[in-house]
Design a protein around this ligand. Sequence first.
Ligand code: CP
Length: 377
Amino acid sequence: MTTTPLPALDAKVLHGLHGKSLLLTDDWSPAELDALCAVARRFHAADRAGRSTALLPNELAYAMFFDNSTRTKSAWAGAAARLGMQPVIVDGSSTQVSHGETAAETGAMLGMNAHALGVRHDLILGEGNRFMRDVKQGIDAYLAGTDDGRKVPIVNLQCDIDHPTQTLADLLWLRDNFGGDIRGKKIAVSWAYSPSYAKPLSVPQGLIMLLTRFGAHVTLAHPEGYRLMDGCLASAGKHAAESGGSFRTVGTMDEAFVGADAVYPKSWGPYDLMLERVGANKSADKQAMAAIDKRALERNAQFKDWICDERRMALTAGGNALYLHCLPADIGAEVSAGVMARHTLDVAKEAQWKVYVVMAMLAVAKVPNLADRLAKL
Ligand code: CP
């Protein structure tokens, strides 16, 4: 699948990651993210060669999803199985969290039994990432209080701010297509019309924060009213200045597509209504939540011309940009049927990197002397 050569493993950086959870890509340095990607590539190569990667036998990989998922659930299960772990995935709303158990209490309870914990909590601004940090605090306090040396990392399987397993999979796929390096590449991250539901902001936020760290020229495009969180915009600008890339925001999809080497058009919810959801969620008002979501779709419908179609793809570099999407895509709304048909295999390959990213996150946190262990695979 990939022609990118296997990068060297940096044993010192990997040693520093032992026991660490990745809750935002912004929490890790570019060297640490590169080390993680190098581990993901090792797992990918070993898997393709049919070699066993069961470095964590007889351990429990528990995941809670407070939102729907196809790919990430399957990547979690696939990663755990390849590492020799037992995956268990539960619906977050079926836990006692919905009855008021706090995140820290939940963490302590799961930390007793699990050896890694994945969480998706992406629909309420200001809550998902904080929930993960509170769960981690609960696990860490329990392990410290019981003198238990196990490493039980939290894996962010999408929060309100970031979607690290997705964006790192995207980075690996982009590198495969651009000779191993995205430095100097023009990448359009654009809002696109969707009639299906008010999608989280975390994919575009995660992309602008991550791709600017590696020297890419990132253009964000969205209609008025679809801004992203201030901290993510500030982070993208800072990273671009530090890496020699660039970051700008424009008001049309065409502007972002002109000359782009890669395009990532996808929908997200209107910012003011995503904020309104916070209040409706706090008061557990399902009717108010449904009314907000209906208004979000009505708002989206004002921008039906924000579609990635053949005309727009013709504006890109050589008329032949790489099309990316985290999936599922609304075909006929976010992307034309023709563009999607041409890139069906591309987006599947992009998605498949996620299993190796999850494996890498679990392994760097849990396997001592990982560089040596991987060298022996
Ligand atoms: N891209 C992504 O996270 O897909 P799922 O929502 O199906 O997990």
